[in-house]
Design a protein. Structure first.
Length: 114
């Protein structure tokens, strides 16, 4: 399974970005699709998860600002990021698991200027 993340960029604080993660196979096979991020010098951290039943969960740091969703017809997962803060600056990765194997996309850079 290949995951291709896109949509990152440079945005001012308070702005918005929408990240996309396109999968090479139907994502209806995956119970959970996740977004993670890694800031320079920091450990990778979990950001959000969307389940096959479109249940969602979020890290406290992004709750109320970020929205994760999935479009099974397009084999794509999205992360809508609003009210961005400088501390949201990181490389964002999508991830999923299938039959005990974990798959990661290559990451997309998000930079939020103050």
């Amino acid at each position: 399974v290949q995951l291709q993340a896109s949509g990152g960029g440079l945005v001012q604080a308070g702005g918005s970005l929408r990240l996309s993660c396109a999968a090479s196979k139907t994502i209806s096979s995956f119970n959970y699709m996740r977004w993670h991020r890694q800031a320079p010098g920091e450990r990778r951290e979990w950001v959000a998860t969307v389940g096959s039943g479109v249940t969602t969960s979020y890290a406290n740091s992004v709750k109320g600002r970020f929205t994760v969703s999935r479009d099974n017809a397009k084999n794509t997962v999205y992360l809508q990021m609003n009210s961005l803060k400088p501390e949201d600056t990181a490389v964002y990765y999508c991830n999923t698991d299938l039959r005990g194997q974990s798959f990661w996309g290559q990451g997309t850079q998000v930079t939020v200027s103050s």
